[in-house]
Design a protein around this ligand. Structure first.
Ligand SMILES: Cc1ncc(COP(=O)(O)O)c(C=O)c1O
Length: 359
């Protein structure tokens, strides 16, 4: 279901719309001001190079490519994996299917196939992968699509920040490799999936062939994502990035903030999950329907019989100063670096009052 933005004229007091709303920390701003820079298009920027090496290392991949956004990272990955007339599969409501304008089809040339959520919200089963592959022609005729790629999303944003547990992640990758497909992981929030399981990000990702990670979701950097993959793959992806206008010159100023994010924000990321768990519990105490979140994304639906729609609930909260988004049949609230205990308490108080008044 498409997400819907609720715009209120009331200023936002506590912004829970997304973990992308964070402002760069003082340490990030200082690092940006002092960053050593060069022309990354001509002969590479030293701080970008450092970030690429460091992130690739974290993800246990040979190389990295710094890109402005998660969308561009996914796109250059798919342009590298796919050709025209190919097909890729992704779980229902994956970001790449619903929120990237279908660029995988019209720029990367790949037709999308959707996988069900057989193992819970956002999570297909290895059998789903095998079954999808079996439905493809064994010997494609010249007019048939050729399935080549599985795209996973960990955590799954629209399903509510759900985690593909490590054992399942490995099985999914294995199922895809067994049928001859490569695997790309949209790990925009792999940090959260890792922390929730007490794993490193590369352990949580599993043996994927390429992975996108984001510095501007949860980690609080102002801009930037990284595509990590084998060196030859990254060389080709670098060409696609340039073709899309993503060659950035003195991008070290951005990379510097991302390096601070890895140093200072990654170690504390699980606090966002713990606060999200507390938030969902407070919402349930108000009689709302809010399952315990896996990570930092809380999904909440109006109490049964309240007669309220998610849109009305979101409108009431926004009018009280709580930033939130309607996503499908739920309201989404996201904890992040700029939400400390006191902001969380304020949000709960504002939501409690507004919900009582709306009921
Ligand atoms: C799972 C996921 N992938 C990719 C993206 C795209 O990132 P960007 O907004 O940096 O293009 C997002 C954005 O929210 C996301 O949630």
């Amino acid at each position: 279901m498409p997400s819907q933005r609720y715009n209120s004229l009331v200023p936002i007091k506590v912004d829970l719309r997304s973990d992308t709303v964070t402002k760069p920390s003082q340490a990030m701003r200082q690092a940006m001001a002092q960053a050593e820079v060069g022309d990354d298009v001509i002969d590479r920027d030293p701080t970008v190079r450092l970030l690429e090496e460091r992130t690739a290392n974290i993800m246990a991949q040979p190389a990295g490519l710094f890109v402005p956004s998660g969308s561009m990272s996914n796109l250059v990955a798919l342009m590298t994996h796919l050709g025209r007339g190919d097909r890729y599969f992704a779980p229902r409501s994956a970001h790449i299917l619903t929120h990237e304008l279908g660029t995988a089809a019209w720029l990367a040339g790949g037709m999308a196939g959707e996988l069900p959520w057989s193992l819970g919200p956002g999570i297909p089963s290895p059998d789903d992968v095998t079954a999808a592959a079996q439905e493809e022609p064994a010997k494609p005729a010249y007019y048939d699509l050729i399935a080549r790629l599985l795209c996973l999303e960990n955590t799954h944003n629209q399903a509510g920040g759900t985690v593909i547990r490590q054992a399942v992640a490995f099985q999914l990758v294995d199922a895809a490799h067994q049928v001859g497909w490569s695997v790309h992981l949209d790990g925009a929030r792999i940090w959260h999936a890792a922390a929730a399981q007490g794993l490193t990000p590369s352990q949580a990702a599993g043996p994927v062939d390429s992975v996108t990670v984001c510095f501007s979701k949860g980690l609080g950097a102002p801009v930037g994502s990284m595509l990590c993959a084998p060196t030859g793959f990254i060389e080709q992806a670098r060409r696609w990035r340039k073709a899309l206008g993503g060659g950035m010159r003195q991008a070290g100023v951005l990379a510097a903030a991302a390096l601070v994010a890895l140093d200072q924000e990654l170690p504390r990321i699980d606090q966002d999950r713990l606060r999200a768990v507390r938030l969902a519990s407070a919402l349930r105490e108000l009689g709302l329907d809010s399952p315990e979140p896996d990570t930092n994304i809380v999904m909440v639906r109006p109490a049964a019989g309240s007669g309220l729609t998610p849109g009305q609930l979101a409108a009431a909260w926004a009018a009280a100063g709580v930033g939130c988004l309607v996503m499908g049949t739920a309201v989404r609230l996201v904890t992040h670096r700029d939400i400390d205990d006191s902001a969380l308490g304020q949000a709960v108080d504002l939501i409690a009052n507004a919900t009582r008044q709306a009921a």
